[in-house]
Design a protein around this ligand. Structure first.
Ligand SMILES: [Zn+2]
Length: 157
């Protein structure tokens, strides 16, 4: 069985290789279950034209595909850098049980990847955020929840 340091080393290597190969940003992630790597991911934002293709999200997608499930219960995420708010939320949604990270957010900021503004934005009331957000047609939008509540064929998650 590999140890924590080896899994983290693999995440770091993925991050470094992603840069040296010209494939993308300096981030790598590994997902481990029962002491084994079940999936890896590296940042693919520019290569895949996908702003959500951070290393952690990519690893989560690959792990779910590998396991054939939407839940990563019993899994641990190793990431070369402290997750951004999107990846942190994705890790919660995926139900991973633990996160190990290498660099801290301040290190990412030094390299030009500053996500502190996102944490700041989330603390502000909706009307004070940089991204305008407006509530429209809430009564009509409820139709989707009404359909879900009444549905007899659904997969709760
Ligand atoms: Zn992220």
């Amino acid at each position: 069985m590999q140890g924590k340091d080896e899994f983290m080393r693999q995440a770091i290597e993925l991050a470094v290789e992603n840069v040296t190969s010209g494939r993308g940003g300096p981030f790598g992630a590994v997902i481990v279950k029962d002491g084994k790597v079940i999936a890896t991911g590296a940042n693919q934002v520019t290569a895949a034209h996908d702003p959500t293709a951070h290393a952690e999200v990519t690893a989560i997608r690959n792990a779910c595909k590998a396991l054939g499930t939407f839940s990563l219960e019993g899994c641990e995420l190793y990431t070369s850098c402290e997750p951004c708010p999107m990846c942190l939320a994705a890790t919660y949604w995926a139900r991973c049980e633990r996160i190990y990270y290498g660099c801290v957010a301040a290190d990412a900021a030094k390299a030009g990847f500053d996500d502190a503004f996102l944490y700041d934005e989330m603390k502000k009331p909706l009307g004070e955020r940089a991204l305008p957000i407006e509530n429209l047609m809430p009564a009509e939008a409820w139709a989707a929840f009404a359909a879900w509540i009444d549905a007899t064929q659904k997969t709760p998650y």
